[in-house]
Design a protein around this ligand. Structure first.
Ligand SMILES: [Mn+2]
Length: 289
């Protein structure tokens, strides 16, 4: 198969002055069950030219904001720590250049260096996480840098965060949540509280980094991930949250992680591409040409 080199293919050329950078982080060193996340970034980029660049909700050609796609790096044989160092440097360089970074994973571990880069520019950063999992383990398989520990590492950095779509966690993670007095948006809470999106927006103070572990979405629409947990967020719930977040807060960077292509589930890569494109539309809505 011939791979596409830029998000949206040739239609990316409609936006010559680039303000958005698509960065790939095909890291897959600590995957627990079904692998393949190292193939995620390229699969998302390959699916993206099938998108209609005229957004059907926003009625605007978001692509004209200017989307640059950086080459997909090869992390094969690289230590995870070195890959993370490169990811942090890459995101920092984009921020320094005034670009809005979109990171494609790879496993969720890649969020830590991306958040570190954003935190250096925005000390009052707040992370909003869509995920089936709390990712609050101290270690997993003796690895503190596992994808299952990503929010624990962010907590150690002192970054406030809001967790949405949660429906799988360990006894120890739940005990930590209780000890800290945190109130994640578990799926049962989302189903029970009609104003959950307003509640998410109300607990955020500073600029937002949005991290989307695609397993937060329902496996009916997102089967292509390592741990497809039932009863996830619908498409409408997901974009409803992002619409409100972008309207009420300044989103300064984002990632989509844990996507692993599956034969027969090609729609899933397209769904991730559309989620990214729609989110960019929301983030830049008032600034679209
Ligand atoms: Mn997850």
């Amino acid at each position: 198969m011939t791979h596409i080199s830029q998000f949206l293919g040739e239609e990316a050329d409609l936006g010559p002055e680039k303000r958005i950078a698509i960065l790939s982080a095909p890291l897959a060193s600590s995957v627990s069950w079904l692998g393949g996340t190292e193939l995620g970034p390229q699969a998302i980029i390959d699916a993206s030219p099938a998108l209609e660049v005229f957004d059907d909700e926003l009625l605007a050609e978001t692509v004209r904001l200017g989307i640059a796609t950086r080459p997909v790096p090869d992390f094969t044989g690289l230590a995870a720590a070195e890959a993370c160092r490169r990811i942090q440097a890459g995101v920092a360089a984009e921020l320094a250049g005034g670009m809005f970074p979109v990171l494609l994973g790879g496993e969720h571990t890649v969020t830590v260096p991306a958040v570190k880069a954003c935190l250096a520019k925005y000390p009052d950063l707040h992370v909003v996480q869509i995920d089936a999992h709390l990712d609050l383990r101290d270690q997993y398989d003796d690895n503190p840098d596992s994808h299952a520990c990503v929010m624990r590492r962010l907590d150690e950095l002192g970054v406030p965060f809001t967790q949405v779509g949660i429906r799988s966690f360990s006894k120890e993670e739940y005990a930590l949540v209780q000890a800290k007095g945190w109130r994640p948006f578990f799926m049962h809470r989302i189903h029970a509280e009609a104003d959950w999106i307003e509640q998410v927006c109300a607990e955020i103070k500073g600029p937002v980094y949005f991290t989307c572990d695609v397993d937060g979405l329902d496996p009916a629409i997102m089967p292509a991930t390592g741990t497809p947990e039932p009863d996830g967020l619908s498409w409408r719930q997901t974009i409803g949250l992002l619409r409100a977040l972008a309207a009420k807060h300044r989103i300064v960077g984002m990632d989509c992680v844990e996507f692993s292509p599956r034969p027969g589930a090609e729609h899933a890569a397209f769904t991730v591409a559309k989620l990214i494109y729609r989110t960019l539309g929301y983030v830049f809505q008032s600034k679209a040409p």
